[in-house]
Design a protein around this ligand. Structure first.
Ligand code: 5U1
Length: 685
């Protein structure tokens, strides 16, 4: 591609469809080339989808403007010259997208019309992986070629690289292999492998990857397959191309089961469902668990399950009529950095924050995104004025992922870390061994640290004081009504009702919540203290090991090191917290205010943990326990709670309205417990 194809021209008005269509084609071509060929995306997928839809709309309403070379008429972009081209025996098609419930209902209606039926249609539902589509060719059961999708007709030969992937069998697990089998699916990188790879890249002073998809693409399209071999890539099969010498299974679900028998990985997050309502329930269930899946997905896919019905429905120009990708709100979007400010955390950590032109991402409008720390700003080279890719995945704080080099204005400005805390004016210091700069004021001097500490203390997983939010804490600190967490328990109705937006009823609710919070657990109390490096699970381990607060407060670093998961840094942080007389005084005041918990005998070791090694999945509403309570009981007994059902799941605990997880448990033969059975299991302790 010549370099002037990389230039952007100004967008013509929408009221000039001919010029607009020409411009859209050039834009889409340019972005597709960057995405498919260069692995250097210039816009997020969602923006690309919008441009594509707009062009499709123009061509539909003005058929005379449609051209044979339009991106709507073909799939993807050209293959790179360095890899040998491979012509796919059966083209690798694309898939149509749906975004709203209405799109899914309309898809289901079209399918029923196409099949001339009023009955509910059977669909196979699965995940839409955010990776790279690949064709694996097996001849007489032996892997002979692997090719990327390329433009759908011709891809690139990546056999040498694919062979390095342990998850892909070099020979199919059967004595009667088909003469020819083209297996289609996605190569991707797990989020944890991506984080590890980027850490290695950073240590080696090499370029980091923007996201797991780019890392997977970069790894697969290495000319030196020894580099690919060092990267952990995975494969999930979801389709078929050519097949000779075997009977095609009668349904999509049966095809995937066959693949699994042949030793080819298929994802367990799939279901056979009837009708549009069940598809929407599947979408919502996966959407809720999206952030906890080990890999990135950008939606779910519905396919008419019966192959005979798929054949009846056939294809439109670039995609089958029997399938639809139901996309999630994009987790990445581009916007402009208007300024870079700093935020002071509860430990005094100074976090640079990008102030953004408002952008809709991950289902909400985002105006601030974290830049983590000074080194990150330098490493990612983010400047004021840059156009950046912002990511908001699940409930995670939005972050700036990367800047778009081609959109950097000439007057973009560097971020400068301030010398003094913007909140209390104390000097900002950065210890040599730390990545983070901190306000040196401590909570005594710095209201920001005080507010952060108090908000942490009252948070749901700590003392769980309902109704004490940001604005109330802000007022209480700014008006010097409280300084420490112990002061919270001295609050009275008179002080509270004088605050802004605080009616008598709400004030009484806050006081009731504070009173209720006094009865807590040792683990919650330790976590609430906000000791550096002591998160929820370390607090639980400390409570379990020592059983009593005084024992923790007096423990030497050596004794602390005996606790599971505690290393020298954490041990030192705990010791230095309790060496500070102000903290000892705080604990005494909290106890004097009536904060209490059941003290017990510490196990002194890893204790009796009857559910150790057992993996639980919770689904539906249990009659008496909330999910958090059930999870806490399981964890206290040594069990682990995860979000999805697999062969590794020991038990599924199901309540009312349990959804696809229960179906999956039955499918895999995983034992299902109700709340009573769970209590019995716990009661055996
Ligand atoms: N899971 C899945 N992803 N995916 C992507 N199935 C699937 N099928 C596709 C694509 C592009 O295409 C076929 C429907 C042709």
């Amino acid at each position: 591609m010549d370099s002037d194809k990389l230039m952007t021209t100004a967008a013509p008005d929408r009221d000039d469809p001919a010029a607009r269509a020409t411009w859209l084609r050039a834009e889409l071509e340019r972005h597709a080339h960057a995405y498919y060929v260069l692995d250097a995306p210039t816009i997020p997928d969602a923006e690309y989808d919008l441009l594509f839809k707009e062009l499709q709309g123009i061509e539909e309403s003005h058929p005379d403007l449609a051209t044979p070379d339009s991106p709507t008429q073909r799939v993807g972009a050209l293959a790179l010259a360095q890899f040998a081209p491979v012509t796919h025996a059966v083209p690798m098609l694309s898939i149509n997208n749906g975004f709203s419930d209405e799109d899914i209902v309309a898809f289901d209606r079209r399918v029923r019309e196409g099949l001339k039926t009023v009955d509910e249609v059977e669909y196979a539902a699965e995940l839409k992986f955010d990776g790279l589509a690949i064709n694996l060719r097996y001849e007489d059961g032996v892997l002979v070629r692997a090719a990327t999708r390329g433009d759908g007709s011709t891809g690139e030969d990546v056999t040498a690289n694919i062979r390095t992937m342990r998850s892909i069998p070099l020979r199919l697990n059967t004595d009667t292999p088909p003469r020819l089998l083209d297996i289609r699916g996605e190569v991707l990188m797990y989020k944890a492998d991506f984080a590890r790879l980027n850490a290695r890249q950073r240590e080696a002073g090499q370029r980091e990857f923007v996201n797991p998809r780019n890392a997977a693409a970069g790894s697969l399209r290495q000319l030196d397959s020894r580099i690919t071999a060092q990267r952990t890539l995975r494969f999930f099969a979801y389709g078929i191309g050519a097949l000779e010498g075997a009977q095609l299974p009668a349904s999509h679900a049966a095809l995937l089961d066959w693949y699994a028998q042949l030793g080819v990985t298929v994802c367990s997050e799939r279901a056979v469902l009837k009708g549009a309502a069940a598809l929407l329930a599947f979408y919502r269930d996966i959407g809720q668990r999206r952030a906890s899946l080990p890999y990135d997905i950008d939606g779910v896919v519905y396919k008419v399950n019966q192959v005979a019905e798929q054949k009846t429905l056939g294809f439109v120009s670039r995609a089958p009529r029997f399938a639809l990708a139901h996309k999630f709100p994009a987790e990445e979007a581009t916007t402009v950095v208007q300024d870079i400010g700093v935020q002071v955390g509860r430990t005094g950590a100074i976090t640079p924050v990008a102030r953004l032109a408002p952008v809709f991402v991950g289902g909400v409008t985002v105006t601030n995104a974290t830049l983590h720390n000074e080194d990150e700003v330098r490493r990612k080279d983010i400047r004021i004025g840059d156009t950046v890719i912002v990511r908001r995945a699940g409930d995670v704080i939005p972050e700036v992922v990367a800047h778009v080099p081609e959109r950097r204005p000439a007057d973009a400005r560097h971020f400068v870390m301030p010398c003094d805390c913007p909140v209390c004016g104390s000097p900002i210091v950065r210890l040599e061994e730390e990545a983070v700069a901190r306000c040196s004021g401590g909570w005594i001097k710095c209201p920001a640290q005080r507010k952060g500490g108090l908000l942490h203390f009252v948070s749901r997983r700590a003392m769980d004081v309902e109704g004490l939010g940001d604005q109330l804490v802000e007022q209480l600190v700014d008006k010097h009504i409280i300084t420490t967490a112990a002061d919270l328990y001295k609050l009275g109705l008179t002080a509270l009702v004088e605050l802004e937006r605080m009616a008598k009823k709400s004030a009484q609710n806050v006081l009731d919540a504070l009173e209720k919070s006094k009865s807590t657990t040792l683990a919650r109390f330790i976590y609430a203290l906000g000791i550096r490096h002591v998160g929820e699970s370390t607090a639980k381990e400390l409570a379990r090991h020592f059983g009593q607060l005084d024992a923790i407060m007096q423990a030497s670093p050596e004794r602390l090191l005996e606790v599971a998961d505690i290393g020298p840094v954490v041990a030192r942080a705990i010791r230095s917290f309790f060496d500070d007389p102000l903290n000892v005084e705080l604990v005494a005041q909290l106890r004097a205010a009536g904060v209490h918990w059941q003290e017990g005998e510490g196990s002194g070791d890893n204790g009796e943990r009857p559910l150790l090694g057992q993996v639980f999945v919770l689904t539906g509403s249990l009659p008496t326990l909330s999910r958090d309570q059930a999870a806490a009981l399981i964890e206290a007994a040594g069990g682990k709670v995860t979000g999805s059902v697999s062969k590794k799941t020991s038990y599924v605990v199901a309540g009312a309205d349990a959804g696809s997880k229960l179906a999956r448990a039955h499918e895999l033969g995983v034992p299902v417990l109700d709340e009573d059975a769970l209590q019995q299991l716990l009661g055996q302790r």
